[in-house]
Design a protein around this ligand. Structure first.
Ligand SMILES: CC(C)(COP(=O)(O)OP(=O)(O)OC[C@H]1O[C@@H](n2cnc3c(N)ncnc32)[C@H](O)[C@@H]1OP(=O)(O)O)[C@@H](O)C(=O)NCCC(=O)NCCS
Length: 380
């Protein structure tokens, strides 16, 4: 047992062993279960990557098809969930809805809290699948539409767009949406994943873990940078204003959204893929508004920071918001979509935690008063 080194925010502390995700921040590399993110994006669907994360190996054709059928069978929302979405306070953020839906869904499930293969959350999968359906339906209802039943012939990403817009996306848009989910599915011991594991370590249900993780992701220091990138681009307005905007923001010591990363000290490999998606969609729609501004921000910011000896690169959030906008997704849904993707990683970590569990119980450094005399109420 350690004699208790203090590390604020647990920075630098190794809190568990994990075989799910490797981030090579110095070289800008990301691997899920040993496979590079580039290979996975090129060759796999979100469903296959979910299988990989949960089972530790890529599926055979038979396993892929069985798993895919199970995931697709779980997409439809039950009437009580539809009522919940309809009746949820309109001013609430959809992350609050997601967190509540997961807790509600939990009541329908017989919880077998066991270890390894027999754990039922790998079988039910519906907390993984239903987040995307809930988000699509939230938006559908917000726009005054009716519930759109899922289609089992579409990928997870394409079906999400279908349920939201009421019409199936074309092949390119469906594929880009699916790959965006894949890119966000896992990223090591970030705050929400750690939250999920801490809750799992008490042998609570995976639903409790996931709703807690959603709460963690809701915080502005974790989710939401892509929303703020779009707000920044809107404030900039056009390419020609980039230089002045950056000079002003940096002189005020403001952080430029979507730039920099705690772990990556080279280009985030997910940002490279995202930029490709943004370029493809901008060309297809002949709409280069956000792409033009963001590329200019990237170029000018890089130049300014290199002059200061601080090379800072875009992270995954820099281009993702603009991709989502071109797919017809409003900014309020960006963080919920992050949750709908990351839920696969959360579940993989919950299972890993359970397979070799020890309840998390760090200590704190007490800095309060030493023992003192109790004062009666009339003497305080
Ligand atoms: C993610 C983040 C918190 C990492 O910060 P960090 O660990 O301090 O990053 P680094 O140590 O590499 O920073 C090196 C220097 O570049 C500066 N820097 C880093 N990111 C910057 C940004 N986005 N804008 C302006 N300056 C930045 C830091 O302030 C630091 O300057 P200093 O040496 O004068 O203190 C930070 O980059 C940030 O706030 N980015 C914007 C928010 C964002 O996009 N978040 C999503 C992350 S997925």
């Amino acid at each position: 047992m350690s004699n208790g080194t203090y590390a604020k925010g647990l920075e630098g502390v190794i809190a568990a062993e994990s075989s799910i995700c490797k981030i090579d921040g110095a070289n800008g590399k990301l691997y899920y279960r040993g496979y590079s993110i580039e290979d996975l994006v090129q060759n796999c669907s979100f469903e296959e990557v979910t299988y990989l994360l949960l089972y530790g190996a890529l599926p055979t054709e038979q396993e892929r098809s069985g798993f895919s059928q199970r995931m697709r069978a779980g997409r439809d929302l039950a009437p009580p969930i539809l009522d919940m979405i309809r009746n949820f306070p309109k001013a609430a953020h959809p992350m609050q809805l997601l967190q509540s839906v997961i807790a509600y869904l939990s009541a329908y499930v017989e919880h077998v809290i066991q270890h390894g293969e027999t754990c039922n959350c790998r079988n039910t999968l519906h907390q993984v699948v239903q987040l995307a359906s809930v988000i699509a339906t939230y938006q559908r209802f917000a726009e005054g539409g009716d519930y759109v039943k899922p289609r089992a012939d579409l990928s997870h990403g394409a079906n999400f767009l279908y349920m939201m817009h009421g019409e199936a996306p074309d092949a390119l848009e469906g594929e880009i949406m699916d790959k965006c989910l894949l890119l966000h599915a896992e990223h090591g011991f970030n705050a929400s994943t750690f939250t999920a594991r801490v809750v799992a370590s008490t042998l609570s249900t995976c639903y409790c873990s996931i709703s807690s993780a959603i709460g963690s992701l809701f915080g502005s220091l974790h989710g939401g940078a892509n929303e703020r990138v779009i707000a920044m681009a809107d404030k900039i307005g056009g390419k020609e204003n980039v230089r002045a905007y950056l000079d002003n923001a940096l002189s005020q010591k403001e952080k430029i959204m979507g730039m920099g990363h705690r772990v990556y000290k080279a280009m985030d490999p997910r940002a490279v893929v995202m930029e490709g998606f943004l370029k493809q969609l901008s060309e297809k729609k002949n709409d280069f508004h956000y792409y033009g501004i963001l590329k200019e921000v990237q170029t000018v910011f890089r130049r300014v920071m290199e002059e200061k000896g601080k090379p800072i690169y875009p992270n995954v959030d820099f281009f993702s918001g603009a991709v989502y906008l071109l797919l017809g997704i409003p900014p309020i849904l960006f963080t919920p979509i992050f949750a709908a993707a990351r839920v696969s990683g959360w579940l993989a970590h919950i299972l890993e935690q359970r397979s070799d569990n020890r309840i998390y119980r760090p200590k704190c450094l007490y800095v309060g008063p030493e023992a003192r005399a109790f004062a009666d109420i009339d003497k305080r």
